[in-house]
Design a protein around this ligand. Sequence first.
Ligand code: GN1
Ligand code: MG
Length: 360
Amino acid sequence: MNTAELQSIVAQFRIEGAVAEIKPLGEGFINDTLIVKTEGDAPDYILQRKNHNIFPDVPAMMDNIVAVTGHIRKKVEAAGGDPLREVLTVVFTRDGKPYYIHEGQFWTMCLFIEGSVTYDRADTPALARKGGEGIGKFQSQLADFTTPLAETIKGFHNIRFRFEQWDASLARDAAGRCKELREEISWIESRREEMLAFWSLVENGTIPMRVTHNDTKISNILFDKNGEVLCVIDLDTVMSSTSLNDFGDAIRSYTNTGAEDDRDVNNVAIDMKMFRAYTEGFLSQRKGTLTQSELDWLAFSARYITYEQVLRFLMDYIDGDTYYKTAYAEHNLVRTHAQYALLKSIEEHYDEMCGIVKSL
Ligand code: GN1
Ligand code: MG
C-alpha cells in the first residue's frame, strides 16, 4: 500500500498534528500494525489493518474494545492514575466510528503511548513478575465488567471446538502434508483425552468463566522504561473465557528459554525461575479472588495452552498456512516442534509447578 493511500486512511481519524511518517511496527502474526508519527508535540498513533479473515465481525470486536477500555479507564481515574498511559485509548473516525473501511479492509487507530517498551522475551524474573502483576491487575479491573462481550473468534481457547477443526483439517489434508506428519499428529492425539477432561471442568462450571485477555504473550504488554507495566495491549481477543487461559498463555511465553519458533529445540525449555516470578506477580493480584478449583488447575493451564498452540501451529501447517503469517515455507512446522519441546518440558516440571502454586 502506498504512502498516499495510508495518509488518506489516517486522515479519516480524529488525530492531532500533521503526519510526519507512517511505518510498520512489531511482529504480530495476525494484523498489520503501523506507527503514525506526527510533527512537533502532537501524540503519535498506532494504525492497524485488522485481519478480517480471522476476525469476521470487526465492528463487534471494536465494540468490545471500546467497552472494555472505557471500563478500565474509569478504574484508572478512580485510582488517580494516568488514563492516557494506563489503558489503551481508541481513536475514532471523524464520523464517530472506531474503525474505517477502505476497499473492504478494516482499519483502526489508537494512541501510541510515548516512552513505552515491549519485549519478545522475559530477560529477568523481575520483568516476569511485573508481567504477572499486569495481567492479574487487568483481570481484576474487569472483574465487575458485566456487559456481554461478542465472541470475536469462535471457540478460541475451547479445545473441544479446536478438535472439531482439527478433525476436519486432517480429513481435508488440504496441502497433502498429513502423510509426513504421523509423529506430530500422534503428539496431539495422545493427549486428546486429558485435554478434554480438563475442558469438561469448564463446561460443567467447576472452573468459572471471566472476562479475560486471551493472548497474554509478553509482547502484548507495554512496560515503561523502568520496567513497570503501563498497560495491556492487543485487546482483539478480550472475551469471556477462563482466567487460567491468560495465565497459561503467559507461562508459554515468559518462561520459554528459547524462541517460539526456535529451529533448535534444544534451546527450548521452561525456566522455573521465570515461572515462579510470573506466578508470584499474577497471584499477588488474583489470589483472593480465584476459586480453589482455579488455583488447583493453574499450573495445568500452561500445559493446556501450550498444547493448544502446538495443535494450532500444526493444524495451520496441515491446512497449507492460511492462518498465521509465516516468514518461510516450513515456519509453522518449526513452530510446532519448538512449542512441542516446550510442552514436554512443562510436563516434566509439572509437579514442581504445582508445588510453587500451592506455596504462594
Ligand atoms: C497470535 O496476534 P498475535 O501475534 O498477538 C494469536 C495467538 C497466538 C500467538 C502465537 C488472534 O497472536 O492466539 O497465541 O499468535 N492470535 C490470534 O504467538 O490467533
Ligand atoms: Mg493478538
